[in-house]
Design a protein around this ligand. Structure first.
Ligand code: ADP
Ligand SMILES: O=P(O)(O)O[C@H]1O[C@H](CO)[C@@H](O[C@H]2O[C@H](CO)[C@@H](O)[C@H](O)[C@H]2O)[C@H](O)[C@H]1O
Length: 464
């Protein structure tokens, strides 16, 4: 552990007290990626006292490596590192009951209650104030983009929607996304919006400030503050609303296609692009094939479709062998309707450039064919249409076509002109979704499995 800044004596006691409480609390959090395996222990990566516990409220920032038995067949892993903001109080007021982690029974903090401090306004406001003043506390570095101001005294509220990370809204002005599972290195959730903002692309809220830590000479991006798009609705809720009314979503799908193309065009200007020749395409296909094999192990319901799904990748390998090449660039990496925000004036923004949370950071930062994001959105229209009763495949088909047309209007190239590349990427995404749902929302598993059945059929190349 690098910098540890606490009042004397409280660190060891805090960690000892927390261990049994976190063992049962952590696996219940939506953002906890190690579900299904017991938590066997912790190693502190960094512990920073933000408020001493001698007053009414104590506040700790923790980076904890969480130990779990390795998943069956997986290579040995040191354990994921999670970011926690822990509050300490004498007792919790009723409004904070959902934030309870547990009651400390031993040591200097005995009799106190520890809780998830992001639910509490004062701790969340401590973070904003630190960003506003560019504070340095222990290993924590609170940074603010030059020329960007933060007004003092904005009131905090935690966003209640369960996500991969946790977000706090300040007034109606800013939103702070606190990353939960953190890895050292450049984080695309800061890197890409900053690059886009500096490129003048208005389709992404520009980062105002961010938190990072240097631990054992390793940089960690921990949180990003952006302007809050007030009154926005996300594409997923809008799509479901239209489906419920029996209305199409074609105009919005086209606008989303245009917005995606604008972001892709700006990313291609701001960051390097590469040509994928036979060797790189081989690696791309190998990656897809390996992910499918791992997914079949994890979710046996995929097994009957494995040969059909493999044929999607084999078709891409054949084109590569014939000498086809494609351009790759930095992309969003996990684009779906929930990542698209429509402002009250009707403008679309894209958010959450973290990529697929389960993938290694180096992989998420690699240039990829832009069709990867397009496939994500096409899957999302299909998701919406298959999450209602009765399913509405024609609704999805119309959205998918309109999205591709909108994309082509801006990018000058229609993704449907590359059906083999598109099918391979849609297949890869559907396989990812099967694993994601099996792990996080088993009740939803049938939705991507429906797509898997379709994508495993050999005549899919002509779609959408
Ligand atoms: N700039 C923003 N303005 C308004 N709402 C936002 C903004 N950024 C994110 N949100 C809301 O916060 C939610 C979570 O943000 P996101 O970046 O997708 O986090 P996660 O990685 O946890 O999914 C989004 O679904 C959206 O509703
Ligand atoms: O938490 P993130 O937004 O980073 O993304 C993860 O969770 C998403 C679900 O919340 C998941 O998306 C899948 O479900 C969506 C509907 O809830 C659907 O619109 C998407 O098309 C579908 O992939 C996403 O895959 C996962 O990475």
């Amino acid at each position: 552990m690098a910098d540890t800044v606490t009042s004397s004596g409280t660190t060891a006691s805090l960690l000892t007290s927390l261990e049994p409480l976190l063992r049962s609390w952590l696996p219940r959090q939506r953002w906890f990626a190690g579900k299904g395996r017991p938590v066997t222990g912790f190693t502190p990566v960094s512990v920073t006292e933000l408020l001493p516990p001698d007053g009414r409220l104590g506040l700790y920032h923790l980076l904890l490596r969480v130990h779990q038995p390795d998943a069956p067949g997986a290579p040995p892993h040191p354990g994921d590192c999670y970011q926690l903001l822990i509050g300490v109080r004498e007792a919790l007021p009723p409004r904070l009951a959902p934030a309870l982690i547990g009651h400390v029974t031993e040591g200097p903090l005995a009799g106190r209650t520890v809780y998830e401090a992001l639910h509490d306004t004062r701790p969340a406001e401590v973070l904003l104030e630190a960003l506003r003043t560019r504070a340095r506390i222990g290993a924590l570095r609170f940074e603010r983009e030059s020329g960007q101001e933060i007004r003092a005294g904005l009131v905090a509220r935690l966003m209640t929607a369960e996500q991969s990370n946790s977000s706090v809204v300040y007034g109606d002005t800013f939103i702070l996304k606190l990353l939960r599972r953190v890895v050292p290195g450049v984080n695309p959730d800061l890197e890409l919006p900053l690059a886009l903002a500096r490129e003048g692309c208005a389709r992404v809220p520009a980062p105002t400030a961010w938190l990072h830590a240097d631990v054992d000479a390793q940089p960690y991006v921990l949180a990003v503050l952006q302007p809050f798009v007030s009154g926005a609705a996300d594409g997923w809720e809008l799509a479901l609303r239209e489906l419920a009314k029996g209305e199409d979503f074609v105009a919005e799908a086209r606008a989303l296609g245009r917005a995606t193309a604008e972001v892709h065009t700006a990313l291609a200007r701001a960051l390097p692009t590469v040509t994928l020749g036979p060797a790189q395409l081989r690696l791309l296909v190998d990656g897809m094939t390996e992910r499918l094999a791992a997914a079949v192990q994890a979710v046996p319901a995929l097994r009957p479709y494995e040969p059909g799904l493999r044929s999607a990748y084999a078709a891409l390998a054949d084109l590569a062998a014939e000498g086809h090449t494609w351009t790759a660039q930095r992309v969003h990496g996990d684009l779906h309707l929930g990542q698209c925000l429509r402002s009250p004036s009707g403008d679309w923004s894209l958010i959450d450039f973290e990529g697929e949370p389960a993938r290694p950071l180096a992989e998420r930062r690699m240039p990829q064919p832009p069709v990867r994001d397009i496939a994500g959105m096409l899957r999302s229209f299909d998701y919406a249409a298959h999450s209602v009763t009765p399913p509405a495949p024609d609704w999805a088909h119309a959205c998918r076509a309109a999205y591709c047309s909108g994309y082509a209007e801006v990018a000058g190239r229609d993704p449907r002109t590359d059906p083999v590349l598109l099918r391979a990427h849609e297949t890869d995404k559907a396989v990812y979704e099967v694993v994601y749902e099996a792990r996080h929302r088993p009740d939803w598993l049938a939705v991507p499995l429906t797509a898997v059945r379709r994508l495993a059929l050999p005549d899919q190349e002509a779609r959408p």
